[in-house]
Design a protein around this ligand. Structure first.
Ligand code: SF4
Length: 212
């Protein structure tokens, strides 16, 4: 692995990007082009207050994509998703799944930090979501895991309590299976969510192994 200097921040790309099944441009190259197109984005007011745009990180050829809500303080400082306390917990969850950040791809609904970590506004999501959708199309994972209700709300247009969304398999744009589970930050606030989250991760592993 190496760190690619993008000027504004660094993000991890694999050393030898594999070609897409179609034989077109490598996914890493497509993601890098997308990053270069959006790194100076000012389409919503969050562009003016961010320190770093948090594009997403991980393996462009990942089978599983984790999608959270928005960068927090640490993420804004570093330009890397999930690096605070919740991120460290996500690392532990991945390790329990026998995975690492190099195996998966991690991104958020928003690429810039909302002030005081407030929920994303509809206007911000309307401007930013197309970037994430392009990332999903490039990576084309076998499964997506929405971390938290905000992720499910904007990726799947689901406005339901977590307990009603968990356990179901949804499909992004009618194709890629999506599972919804708790955001790691919710586990830090309420450790009783740990068990259901682990059940959801086991479901992901089963789908990766056996298909939907
Ligand atoms: S949050 Fe998204 S749309 Fe808004 S400035 Fe950042 S990258 Fe652009």
């Amino acid at each position: 692995m190496f760190l690619m200097d993008t000027g504004e921040k660094e993000f991890i790309l694999p050393q030898a990007p594999a070609m897409e099944k179609t034989g077109r441009q490598p996914k890493a190259e497509l993601l890098s082009q997308l990053y270069n197109r959006i790194k100076g984005c000012q389409k919503c007011p969050l562009g003016a207050t961010r320190t770093n745009l948090v594009f997403g990180a991980g393996n462009p050829n990942a089978s599983v994509m984790f999608i959270g809500e928005a960068p927090g303080y640490e993420e804004d400082k570093t330009g890397i998703p999930f690096v605070g306390r919740a991120g460290k917990l996500l690392d532990k969850i991945l390790a329990a799944m026998k995975l690492s950040r190099e195996d998966v791809y991690i991104a958020n609904i928003l690429k810039c930090r909302p002030p005081n970590n407030r929920d994303p506004l509809q206007l911000e999501v309307a401007k930013c979501l197309p970037y994430l959708e392009q990332q999903i199309e490039i990576i084309s994972p076998d499964i997506i895991c929405c971390l938290g209700r905000i992720s499910a709300l904007y990726l799947l247009r689901l406005k339901l309590p977590m307990k009603l969304m968990r356990g179901n398999i949804y499909h992004w744009k009618g194709s890629i299976p999506v599972i919804v589970t708790y955001h790691p930050a919710a586990i830090l606030r309420n450790p009783s969510f740990k068990r259901p989250l682990w059940e959801d991760m086991q479901r992901i592993m089963k789908i990766l192994k056996e298909g939907v």
